[in-house]
Design a protein around this ligand. Structure first.
Ligand code: ZN
Length: 203
């Protein structure tokens, strides 16, 4: 805890003080143009990777940057609620699904094992990506991981298109979807999909 509070002191005296005007302006409202859906992993920070300022990126973080298919039922849909706010209220123009290398969630999905109270059920969303990865790489587990990380990004793009108010905006040219992958070790951003029509993309 001490290092976090010491960090806050540095932030408050440094960055916050130097950017006081910006924070005052931000206090009146936000109008980010991009929504990033990424992993909760502590090593993947969109604001850092894209060198973005506060207010520029609306971010949804969860285990393995997944989006469930559109399911307006009685369950508590945290990810879908955040999506709805970003798309319908903030009217973001881009949704970037940012996956990453060495993803523990994807590794767990491939290896099975301990399912926990929530993680196993959550990762079921990515079952089709697992199938594609295993089919594509009957060989080394590292290959399966590589493929599965990318297939899960494509799957999330497909699931985004099941939300009627996302598909509608995509088809109207008001919203673009992107699927990118970040390699932590190499610091490399790989752009897998950049298209207004993910369904048209050849898997
Ligand atoms: Zn991850």
């Amino acid at each position: 805890m001490e290092c976090l509070l010491a960090g806050y002191e540095r932030f408050r005296k440094g960055y916050w003080t130097e950017n006081k005007r910006m924070f005052e302006a931000l206090a009146t409202g936000q109008s980010p143009r991009a929504l990033v859906v990424t992993c909760a992993d502590s090593r993947v920070d969109p604001q850092l990777i894209f060198d973005a300022q506060p207010g520029e990126i609306f971010c949804i973080r969860n285990v393995a940057n997944l989006v469930p298919p559109y399911t307006p039922d009685m369950a508590h849909h945290g990810t879908s609620a955040a999506l709805e706010f970003a798309v319908r209220s903030l009217k973001v123009e881009h949704i970037i699904v940012l996956g990453h290398a060495n993803c523990g969630g994807i590794r767990a999905l491939l290896e099975g094992g301990e399912q926990g109270d929530f993680i196993g059920r959550w990762m079921e969303i990515a079952a089709p990506a697992r199938e594609r990865a295993l089919a594509a790489s009957a060989a080394a587990p590292e290959t399966a991981l590589h493929v599965c990380e990318r297939e899960s990004i494509r799957l999330t793009l497909d699931n985004l298109m099941t939300f009627p108010w996302i598909a509608e905006r995509v088809h109207a040219g008001q919203l673009e979807l992107h699927g990118w992958h970040f390699d932590i070790e190499q610091g490399v951003l790989e752009r897998l999909v950049d298209t207004a029509h993910p369904h048209d993309h050849d898997h």
